[in-house]
Every structure is written in structure tokens, then in C-alpha cells.
Design a protein. Sequence first.
Length: 90
Amino acid sequence: MLVIRRRPGESVFVGDDVEIEILEISGSQVKLGIRAPREVPVLRSEIHVTAKQNRAAAGIPQKNALDQLRGSLLRQPRRSRQGAEDGAPR
């Protein structure tokens, strides 16, 4: 974990496309501004955890599981279509 001090008006970049700016500090609260491309989801941690729990309860596979399945399918050798054209069984 990176720990860094910033003052209001200062910012931090995450990668090339995400900027987090400190907008205001008031007592124990910090107001952040986040600039990110539309395709990058930005969620509060409690929303992220709730969504993950809802997907698990609904039996929806996690993104990692889908990526692993996709990878294994891509690694399988493809069958030739030549047999289908010849009328030969596959």
C-alpha cells in the first residue's frame, strides 16, 4: 500500500488515465475528486463488496472465473472444418 500526504488542490495519478484530487479536508473527512475514463468503474468499497456478495449469492461466476474459462477455451485446438465438408464424421 502506498501512503502519501497530499494537501487540498494536490492530486495523485493511478496509471495514465486516473487522477485523484484532494478537494477538501474538514475534521476527519476528506473530499476526493476522481477523474477516470467512463469504462473504468469507480465504486466506494462498501458498494463493491455488496455487489460481489450479491453475485456470489446469485451464483454468477466472478470475472476471474470467466477469464479462466475463456483462456482454457482459447487454448483448446480447433477442429478442422474439412471433415464436415467431406461428409466425414468429426
